[in-house]
Design a binder for this molecule. Structure first.
Ligand SMILES: NC(=O)c1ccc[n+]([C@@H]2O[C@H](COP(=O)([O-])OP(=O)(O)OC[C@H]3O[C@@H](n4cnc5c(N)ncnc54)[C@H](O)[C@@H]3O)[C@@H](O)[C@H]2O)c1
Length: 274
């Protein structure tokens, strides 16, 4: 495969899906700016990539913190030059915005109910997934304007197409990410920056472990439901997202594709359940 040869900023870089993206992009000849909150995990990933012959620099920043992102941006421009591809990978749900039961019946089911959820819990999940996508776009997209071959890839979810039980804030935030992807694609089209999203189906990672596995590590009833609704009958493997990623960031393959939310889901979004 021909090399991509781009400077890529990747947020949430140490997560399960995005660390797979990082290894792949490094193998594809990209220079990586790995952005995440934990310096230790970042350093371990950077060393792994360097040991395999790749180029990666680390920047500790919270995607909801403008000052930290601006500082990371200044340093990235010094170390690697302007950002050519931004991948907004940081995201996830939080227990403070999750109901204990799938459906409400007064006096029954596990707490918290929908009626117990707080603005703080909702805000935390909105901030991370939606604002934590908007803010890096504000900071890094100006580097890309009117430079050939630049694009943004956001990470949406099946939860954006139709909501998943128990996670109202995450679903609304990811619907916001899909909608914002289309909005920004239109806004930036005249200056040549493409904006797309990948909507992964179900992959076992840190942020959904509590929902997908029981306390003993065996699949939770929720996982059985997911599999029953996934025509391919299994969870995804992180490496199965890489073709979609390569397609979206390589303008030789997708130069006329913008505002697209691409499902990689084993058929989940196509299946009505009947
Ligand atoms: N795993 C799935 O099935 C699935 C499905 C659809 C969408 N997604 C999305 O894929 C993306 C990657 O998630 P993952 O499944 O690999 O989970 P993960 O928990 O392994 O990775 C998420 C990463 O985001 C980082 N992060 C969290 N808050 C942050 C913040 N404020 N600033 C910077 N980084 C922060 C975490 O530290 C972690 O490294 C997320 O946006 C997630 O919502 C995952």
């Amino acid at each position: 495969m021909t090399q991509l040869n781009k400077t890529v900023v990747l947020t949430g870089a140490t997560g399960v899906l995005c660390s797979e993206f990082a290894r792949f992009l490094a193998r594809s000849g990209c220079r990586l700016a790995l952005v995440a909150r934990s310096g230790e995990k970042l350093a371990a990933l950077r060393e792994e990539i360097a040991a395999a012959g790749g180029v990666a620099f680390c920047y500790a920043a919270d995607v909801t913190n403008k000052e930290q992102l601006l500082a990371a941006h200044r340093q990235i421009v010094q170390d690697l030059g302007p950002c050519e591809v931004l991948i907004n990978g940081a995201g996830g749900n939080h227990p403070a915005a999750t109901t204990g039961s799938e459906a409400y019946r007064p006096g029954e089911g596990a707490a918290p109910t929908f009626f117990d959820l707080t603005r703080a819990g909702f805000s935390q999940v909105f901030d991370l997934n939606l604002w934590g996508t908007v803010l890096p776009c504000q900071i890094f997209a100006p580097d890309m304007a009117e430079r050939p071959g630049c694009s943004i890839v956001n990470i949406s979810s099946m939860a954006a197409f139709s909501p998943l039980t128990k996670t109202p804030a995450y679903c609304a935030a990811k619907a916001g990410v899909s909608n914002f992807t289309q909005w920004l694609a239109v806004h930036l089209a005249p200056c040549g920056v493409r904006v797309n999203a990948i909507a992964p189906g179900f992959f076992l990672t840190r942020q959904n472990r509590e929902l997908l596995l029981g306390p003993d590590g065996t699949p939770a009833p929720r996982t059985a439901k997911i599999l029953a609704h996934t025509p391919m009958g299994r969870l995804g493997r992180p490496e199965e997202l890489l073709g979609a990623l390569r397609f979206l960031v390589d303008e030789r393959l997708s130069g006329f594709v913008t505002g697209c939310v691409l499902p990689v889901d084993g058929g989940f979004s196509a299946y009505s359940g009947v």
